[in-house]
Design a protein around this ligand. Structure first.
Ligand SMILES: *[C@@H]1O[C@H](CO)[C@@H](O)[C@H](O)[C@H]1NC(C)=O
Ligand SMILES: *[C@@H]1O[C@H](CO)[C@@H](O)[C@H](O)[C@H]1NC(C)=O
Ligand SMILES: *[C@@H]1O[C@H](CO)[C@@H](O)[C@H](O)[C@H]1NC(C)=O
Ligand SMILES: *[C@@H]1O[C@H](CO)[C@@H](O)[C@H](O)[C@H]1NC(C)=O
Ligand SMILES: *[C@@H]1O[C@H](CO)[C@@H](O)[C@H](O)[C@H]1NC(C)=O
Ligand SMILES: *[C@@H]1O[C@H](CO)[C@@H](O)[C@H](O)[C@H]1NC(C)=O
Ligand SMILES: *[C@@H]1O[C@H](CO)[C@@H](O)[C@H](O)[C@H]1NC(C)=O
Ligand SMILES: *[C@@H]1O[C@H](CO)[C@@H](O)[C@H](O)[C@H]1NC(C)=O
Ligand SMILES: *[C@H]1O[C@@H](CO)[C@H](O)[C@@H](O)[C@@H]1NC(C)=O
Length: 897
């Protein structure tokens, strides 16, 4: 009955269409389009008023094309004009229309039935509008139609089976027709899969249910793209799919269908899908083992199987199975285990690798290293796995890199120094790991970085001022670390900053209040040591002295202008307190700085020499202060170590202690020339060392030290410590022996710096300091640095640090890169004597060197010496005198190599 009725209706429509045609001419078309114009209620760019004048022939209206033979409207293109309105019934009189593009406007209402008369239509694009009502079944009589695009509208009901009568149809797009109450439901009419010319079927994001016909591809040999994602389809994937030999894209994610292609079901047929390039089946309930045989479809470029119930591991020969793979999404599988295969470095086209939320393990030693061969890789996500090990320097070979996701793993060690060199980086996610390092000043190079997440690690040190150069930064999370120091005021420059979380750290001092800080939540600053500032942040106001300090620079200018010497109360005015300690101790040896008499360096001179402690002169900052380069009027370069004022209380006997420091002279010690101290300024003036630190030489790509150089530096440091421990009237204990405190002079001779700083500290800071040092790994666990109290501190503590540094110098591994039971010391001792090769800094080994074995023997004996220095019990550790002696002996062996 229904069939008969449909047939009747169809015949009627055809009659109507032909009768209309006989009576129409171009005037009819003009009337039809004028009628359309009259239905437009909003035309923000006045397009129709300006371009569709009634005085001009319709064939000259913009967007309209007429056929040259009939002079009738052949195509109408009004796409993307922001027009709002309805299509009038007269529209059906455009009987010569072949192409109609009304896409990306705001047309709404039902399509008038009269449109069924547009029987010449080949191309119909109504996408991205708000058309509603049932999907008209009269499309079925437009049997010249090739492209029908109805995506992103609000059509309802179900897909009419009459579509299968459009034998010319090549593209059918009904994506995104389910918005709120308007849902496209029902099952997919199987007859659609019998349209013999169809190439693209797109039904994503609807509410279609039911299953697919098992014979799906048997009538559809030329199907190229099938989009079924985000519906409510279920059942098995049709077995005939393998007969769609032209299929290039199959997307059926977010459905609920067990996947046919997985184990066993139809292994023979898979290879028919030779053209398949994209396979998107994420978020389903496919189960079984992640049988990579599916990847025998060797043309695949994009695979998404994420969020399924699959188990297994990545096959070792993945890249020979998938030589063209560009995007691989396998995140959140039920049981993806194992490691990233070494051979991944052969997937040379890979640009997006998503393996998060799995159980992948073991990154050691350098799994990330494999990725670095992938020059097209722009994003990888390995977050939320069970990865351990270091983020090594290798990563920096990825110069096109945009996003690194490694959060929620067990990564340890420090950030690779070169990270600041990947200037293409936009996002770094390293939160919730066990990283322990400083925030590298070089990160300041990353001007395009938008997201930096280092939260919930063991980061130490301070926020480098250079971060104020990261102008793109919007999201910075440093919460839950051990970062200390002042929040640099220069960060106010970061105009894009929206999220800045430094809660649960050890920050102190004033919270900046300008720029983006005006809008930051007080929650971002909670649980710190002693932050102060605006009441907006729910912190106490800052003590007034810090205000005076910032105004001091301005006053200084005033002072210079007036040329008046003001010597007044120091807390209130610019001038400073000079302590005269005349003639107590004369320098023990003449030096280039003898022109500065130690007692007379003034705050004013220091400010002048360092250009008012300008950022451009900052050469380093650490836990207790910052070091600036300065030039005295005499032209002599100096380094000025300015202590954080917040430590005021710590400096009970600053001046006395400085006297002691100044009196220490040795060719392997950085000279402390003098000090400057008043109530709110404390600084040491040191010899300037142009070549920087051993740390720089060990860890920067730009520098290299060979075995002999490293050994001779170590001898220099040993001599310095020997002097401190045994050459002074009382032993001076350094307490912070580490590569960043070993500076190199013009001749690459080493000089130890920062000795005796711990003597400047009171008990409380001593404790804090101890903890920080412990995290760095240079002091034996459990050592107490409380000076003078229990007398536990002894020179043996330095011997231990020295031993660790010796190991670090030869292995190029930081002591805090190890965790759990493993320590640098253990790692080395496990490898001695045979396996020195495993632990030695690989840069030291030249495979061609004929003296390799001899050199390894020498290195092994230095390592043994180092282990003696690191003995657990302080009593069993060597002393520095013996260390110097032994190293000199070993040196002779090395020279013989
Ligand atoms: C179109 O046909 C109508 C009559 O049906 C006639 O009045 C009109 O002049 C014709 N227009 C043109 C351009 O031929
Ligand atoms: C309609 O015009 C737009 C913009 O010029 C163009 O992108 C689109 O391809 C045209 N549509 C057709 C069917 O030619
Ligand atoms: C198409 O519709 C979907 C669902 O409403 C929406 O998410 C998407 O943004 C739309 N696309 C455009 C370009 O409007
Ligand atoms: C399709 O066309 C055939 C005739 O070719 C007709 O019998 C049938 O009713 C049509 N089906 C629909 C759904 O319009
Ligand atoms: C499709 O056509 C084939 C013959 O070409 C026929 O066997 C099959 O039943 C048709 N399928 C549907 C769903 O109409
Ligand atoms: C593939 O097509 C051939 C011939 O049309 C047919 O014999 C075979 O059964 C089809 N395969 C599947 C799995 O449907
Ligand atoms: C991962 O999958 C589980 C189970 O399907 C789900 O609960 C969880 O939300 C998924 N996570 C993501 C990020 O999709
Ligand atoms: C950073 O890049 C520069 C220029 O390419 C290079 O000279 C330098 O060695 C790199 N530094 C690091 C630490 O990788
Ligand atoms: C075609 O459209 C119908 C409405 O669907 C009008 O009633 C007719 O007048 C019109 N015909 C012409 C020739 O404009």
């Amino acid at each position: 009955m229904e069939k008969v009725f449909t047939f009747f209706l169809l015949t009627l429509l055809l009659l109507l269409a032909s009768s209309a045609m006989t009576q129409t001419n171009v005037t009819t078309d003009q009337l039809a389009l004028s009628s359309l114009k009259s239905q437009i209620i909003s035309d923000p760019s006045n397009f129709l008023d300006e371009n569709w004048s009634p005085a001009v022939s319709v064939c000259h209206w913009v967007g309209v094309t007429c056929g040259s033979r009939h002079q009738r409207v052949k195509s109408l293109n009004l796409s993307n004009m922001a027009l709002t309105g309805k299509i009038p019934r007269e529209f059906g009189n455009l009987s010569f229309l072949v192409s109609l593009d009304l896409g990306s406007n705001n047309f709404h209402g039902n399509l008038p039935q009269e449109m069924a008369r547009l029987r010449r239509l080949k191309f119909l694009d109504l996408s991205f509008n708000s058309f509603s009502g049932e999907v008209p079944s009269w499309f079925g009589i437009l049997h010249q139609l090739q492209v029908l695009n109805l995506r992103n509208n609000s059509f309802t009901s179900s897909i009419p089976s009459s579509f299968s009568n459009i034998s010319t149809l090549e593209t059918l797009n009904l994506n995104f027709n389910s918005v709120e109450d308007n849902q496209l439901t029902g099952s997919i009419p199987f007859t659609i899969f019998n349209i013999s010319r169809i190439k693209i079927i797109a039904f994503t994001y609807n509410s279609l249910s039911g299953n697919l016909p098992n014979s799906l591809c048997n009538g559809l040999q030329i199907l190229q793209e099938l989009y079924l994602s985000a519906n409510k389809l279920h059942g098995h994937m049709p077995t005939s799919l393998s007969n769609c030999s032209q299929l290039q894209l199959l997307s059926s994610s977010e459905n609920d269908n067990p996947l046919y292609v997985f184990p066993g079901e139809i292994p023979k047929e898979r290879s028919n899908l030779v053209e398949l390039k994209k396979l998107v089946l994420g978020i389903n309930s496919f189960s079984g083992s992640l049988d990579m045989e599916i990847f025998n479809i060797s043309g695949l470029r994009i695979i998404d199987l994420s969020v399924n119930n699959l188990s297994g591991s990545l096959p070792p020969n993945m890249c020979s199975i998938l030589p063209h793979i560009e995007v691989l999404y396998l995140h959140n599988l039920t049981n993806l285990v194992g490691t990233i295969p070494h051979s991944i470095s052969n997937c040379s086209k890979l640009n997006n690798l998503e393996l998060s939320e799995n159980k992948l393990t073991s990154l050691i030693p350098n799994s990330l290293g494999y990725l670095t061969h992938l020059q097209n890789l722009q994003r990888f996500d390995l977050s939320n796995n069970e990865l351990t090990g270091f983020v090594g320097d290798h990563i920096c070979k990825l110069q096109r890199f945009g996003e690194i996701y490694l959060g929620q793993n067990q990564l340890s060690g420090s950030l690779p120094n070169c990270l600041g060199n990947i200037t293409s980086l936009r996002e770094i996610h390293l939160g919730s790991n066990k990283l322990s390092s400083n925030i590298l000043p070089s990160l300041g190079n990353l001007q395009d970085l938008v997201v930096l997440d280092l939260s919930s690690n063991n980061m130490v040190g301070a926020i480098p001022d250079s971060m104020s150069n990261m102008v793109g930064l919007e999201f910075l999370d440093l919460s839950y670390n051990n970062i200390s120091g002042i929040i640099p005021k220069s960060l106010e420059k970061l105009q894009n900053l929206k999220y800045f979380n430094v809660s649960v750290n050890k920050f102190y001092g004033e919270i900046p209040s300008g720029g983006p800080f005006q809008n930051l939540s007080s929650q971002f600053f909670i649980h710190n040591e002693a932050l102060c500032g605006s009441s907006r942040f729910s912190v106490p106001p800052c003590p007034t002295s810090s205000k005076h300090r910032s105004s001091r620079k301005k006053l200084l200018v005033l002072f210079l202008l007036l040329g008046i010497a003001l010597v007044v109360v120091p807390r209130t005015f610019i001038f400073f307190w000079i302590r005269y300690r005349k003639g107590k101790r004369a320098p023990q040896q003449a030096d280039s700085l003898s022109s500065i008499t130690r007692e007379r360096i003034s705050y004013y001179e220091l400010i002048q020499a360092t250009d008012a402690l300008s950022e451009s002169n900052l050469i380093g900052s650490g836990i207790f202060g910052s070091v600036y380069k300065g030039i005295l009027r005499s032209g002599t370069a100096i380094a000025v170590k300015v202590f954080n004022l917040q430590l005021d209380a710590a400096f009970k006997s600053f001046d006395t202690e400085c006297e002691v420091l100044c009196s220490l002279r040795h060719r392997n010690l950085v000279k402390v020339n003098t000090s400057c101290s008043n109530l709110d300024f404390k600084a040491l003036v040191l010899e300037y060392m142009p070549n920087g630190s051993l740390e720089k030489y060990l860890y920067s790509y730009n520098y290299f030290l060979d075995t002999k150089q490293r050994q001779s530096i170590m001898i220099d440091v040993a001599c310095a410590l020997e002097y401190l421990h045994h050459g002074c009237s009382l032993p001076v204990i350094h307490c912070d022996v580490k590569p960043s405190n070993v500076l190199l002079d013009e001749d690459m001779a080493a000089r130890l710096s920062d000795f005796g700083i711990s003597k400047l500290l009171g008990e409380d800071q001593g404790d804090l300091y101890t903890k920080i040092l412990e995290t760095l790994g240079y002091i034996a666990p459990g050592t107490s640095l409380k000076y003078g109290l229990d007398g536990l501190v002894s020179t043996k503590c330095d011997v231990y640090s020295y031993g660790v540094m010796l190991l670090e110098t030869l292995t190029r591994r930081k002591p805090n890169e190890f965790e759990g039971d493993l320590s640098l010391k253990k790692w080395v001792s496990n490898s001695l004597p045979e396996a020195v090769m495993d632990v030695i800094d690989i840069n030291l080994v030249t495979p061609t060197g004929n003296h390799l074995q001899k050199e390894l023997d020498v290195v092994a004996s230095i390592m043994n010496l180092a282990l003696d220095c690191c003995a657990e019990s302080p009593a069993r550790r060597t002393n520095m005198k013996d260390v110097v002696g032994m190293l000199q002996k070993i040196k002779i062996q090395l020279l013989a190599c």
